[in-house]
Design a protein around this ligand. Sequence first.
Ligand code: MSP
Length: 649
Amino acid sequence: MAAKPYYITTPIYYPSGNPHIGHCYTTVACDSIARYRRMQGYDVMFLTGTDEHGLKIEQKAAEKGVTPKEYVDEIVKTFKSLWSYMNISYDRYIRTTDDYHVETVQKIFKELYDKGYIYKGKYQGKYCTPCESFWTESQLVDGKCPECGRPVIEAEEEAYFFKMSPFADRITHLLTETDYLQPKTRATELVNNFIKPGLEDLCVSRTSFTWGIPVTFDPKHVVYVWVDALSNYISALGFYNDAYHDYDRYWPADVHMVAKDIMRFHAIIWPAILMALDLPLPKHLAVHGWITFNGQKMSKSLGNVVDPFVLGERYGADAIRYHILREMALGSDSSFSNEVLITRINSDLANGLGNLVSRTVAMVDKYFNGTLPENREAGEFDDDLIATATALREKVDGFMDQTQLNHALAEIFKVVSRANKYIDETAPWVLAKDESKKARLATVLYNLLDTIRIISTLLSAFMPTTMPKVWEQIGAGVAERTYENAASFGVLPKNVTVHKGEILFPRIDVEKEIEELNAIIKNNEPQQPAEEEAAPVAELAPEITIDDFAKVDLRIAKVVACEKVKKSKKLLKLQLDDGMGGRQVVSGIAQWYKPEDLIGKKIILVANLKPAKLCGVESNGMICAADAPDGSASVIFPDQSLPCGAKIR
Ligand code: MSP
């Protein structure tokens, strides 16, 4: 019987800066699923790539004095070398600058136009340059972009629009009544924020820059970067182009995996485009949270970037893969910490798995010269170990189906612990002292080896570099380390021969390592914002006089208390000591800061701003933040020794 197709995609990343651990997460998660499905016998298509058009890229290239294509070519090389370093088994890599993709996007745009879903109009509205998004007044938070919290500008341009409203009911149904969205709990926020207020027509062309795909029938317009980007999922299969011929085989996709920052585009806009084209919808959209660092979304500008190359160099790609997959739960954020990484490598990999393999292999070597005899004698504890090991595959399957990779790994490591406990229970070193217990000793060691075979087969999807080394050590041949055999016991030959090998995961000296990593991070800090991740240059506001500036009263103030505003995901309520008796300010930065990140810190306050009510909470002023290149807002922390109330001029 022909293998069943399975199609999985990562987002296509912006090559506007080098990849970091955050990008690794989605890619490693998709890779592990792709490998697992291949092992299960599926015919897998695993797609990743880069989203190379748009104003931001055009601006970055101009800053560097190179063409946009030259600029992205360099960064794409880094992405590809990271993926090869992390052992990512993608089947296809799409670049939106590839000719075949351009052809597909142009045909899609034309078809939507011919069908009447795209029409020409005029756009007047609020535009967020870094996010390349237009927003309606009601969508703004605190007068700012609801995605990134940065100021928006008034913009007007002739543009093409995509009619979304005809699809509102079908999209609501898709989100609330089907299992498209994983986790489904996110459906309510999407429906309430975007569909219930009325699904507005989407502006899908731009004339303000040229680095994009031209609209064939009106070439001063380029296609909106998200219509361009989302189409990658079908152009990469050869939809409306001749580069590939896999559309019929692989579409609809089984899983698009993304983080929450781009959920809206995949949960609403992409289904609407597909509905307008009369194409089937993807089966699942798996949405994960962010990897944060010190409570903030990881980003270069924050100087907190954890370079996957640096970490991989020190601990091996598989240890990094394991850590991020184990740490991240679908749906919630997870904070990255070097301490947790190292502690986990030591406990789970060095002491847990590594120790299990090395102890078992060493004992077979020591007590039987590396080859087990065939006599057997069953004993206490065997049944429990065997039952636990053979039940594992089904549990892992269940979690893989739910895209809950952290739970799948937790199950596997429960069996690692069970096997280590079995060593203590059976005490092979005691059996070894008694010649009459040889058959029992051989049985214990065989049970351990065969349990390791099951564990390592299932783990090979997650840690593809290390598991072949385990197979070599335990003497598992190709036919024995299959998915089919992972639910059966007694698969290794009775007279299996082991091969002692290198230590799989060396133990790490935690304190020394943390010190060194901190030093690396510190060294990197000053260079990054200046060289690699200069903020996108926002348009300069019209000239003002010194008197105009003097109208803005900026002061140093200290955050004395801070809490989230109930019913709002974006807003924090801050109590400030402003040197003038104190005041309350509401700020739209809850996405990037937890209250404890701010309490006790001095900030810059716009002290004479007219009071306003945000979500019903009074705000007397505003705190200053800079636009970070990744779309986040970065609060400005002045010299902390300045007194509260000091005026800034
Ligand atoms: N180009 C768009 C995606 C278009 S898909 C049709 C884009 N690119 S991006 O480079 O900004 O990548 C965003 C994705 O990168 C997130 O959705 C997530 O998959 C991954 N991540 C980037 N930083 C991350 C974290 N700090 N934590 C978790 N995932 C992160 O948006």
